[in-house]
Write a new protein. Structure first.
Length: 257
């Protein structure tokens, strides 16, 4: 682009920073940040948020905080990026403190970031308070908010309450929500609840061959094995083989700089 005589502007650098965030290219993101400073490109709402988001998703909390603290005016988007940054990197308390001190009106993304912090930190009471606060502030929870609370209840051993929330959701629970609850059943070795959740997964998906249902079958088979219900575990594995189902392969990426 520059070779053709065109100079990057705020839109250009925001787009490139977004690509860096998605691909984990911290090295390129830092170069773009240097270019912003060198060219004197204005740190408007979009550029500043793109910088914070890039540093956050690439794991550079120090620079994410530095950019955030240098801003004279912080938008909701910047607050959201910073709270999410702290939440996903295990700094749940700091994320919640930032949520409580923000000087902008929180939106649904803000609450999702704060609930994520509760999940990572295991803060059940704070998560329940946040969910109620959403209703008080006229922020309508979507399936992701419900998913966070269900996950949090499940990890805290409140499996009955978590399943009750699944049944009371105003929208159809997705595979991720049900899968997280099934995972909680495995953590707490509750085969009876796992069977109920598996029935809900099949009911929601229409069959056990769609989406991640094969992974769920593998998980519940392992749960039976841990509970020493060998015959049931083996029956499930045989059924999976008959249907040609197998656990999806995990993928990882590594960027060397």
């Amino acid at each position: 682009m520059q070779g053709e005589g065109f100079e990057p502007d705020a839109v250009t650098v925001s787009s490139v920073l977004s690509a860096c965030a998605q691909s984990g290219r911290l090295d390129v993101g830092r170069e773009v940040h240097s270019l912003i400073n060198f060219k004197g490109i204005e740190l408007n709402e979009f550029v500043s948020n793109a910088l914070i988001d890039m540093y956050a998703k690439c794991g550079d909390l120090e620079n994410a905080s530095s950019v955030f603290e240098s801003l004279s005016v912080t938008s909701v988007a910047c607050w959201n990026s910073m709270i999410s940054c702290l939440a996903i990197h295990g700094k749940g308390r700091e994320a919640l403190e930032m949520f409580r001190t923000m000087d902008a009106k929180p939106d649904e993304i803000t609450f999702l970031a704060a609930l994520t912090a509760c999940v990572h930190g295991g803060f059940l009471l704070e998560g329940l308070k946040l969910f109620l606060e959403m209703k008080n502030k006229d922020v309508k929870p979507n399936v992701k908010h419900f998913g966070c609370l269900i996950h949090l209840l499940g990890l805290s051993g409140k499996l009955e309450e978590a399943y009750g929330l699944v049944r009371e959701m105003p929208m159809k629970p997705n595979n991720t929500v049900l899968g997280s609850l099934l995972g909680a059943c495995k953590v707490h070795m509750d085969t009876e609840m796992a069977e109920q959740v598996m029935k809900k997964i099949i009911e929601t998906a229409g069959s056990i061959t769609k989406g991640d249902s094969e992974n769920h079958l593998m998980l519940i088979s392992n749960l039976y094995a841990h509970a020493e219900k060998w015959q049931t575990a083996e029956t499930l594995r045989v059924e999976m083989e008959k249907r040609g189902l197998q656990k999806s392969t995990g993928l990882s990426s590594l960027v060397l700089t």
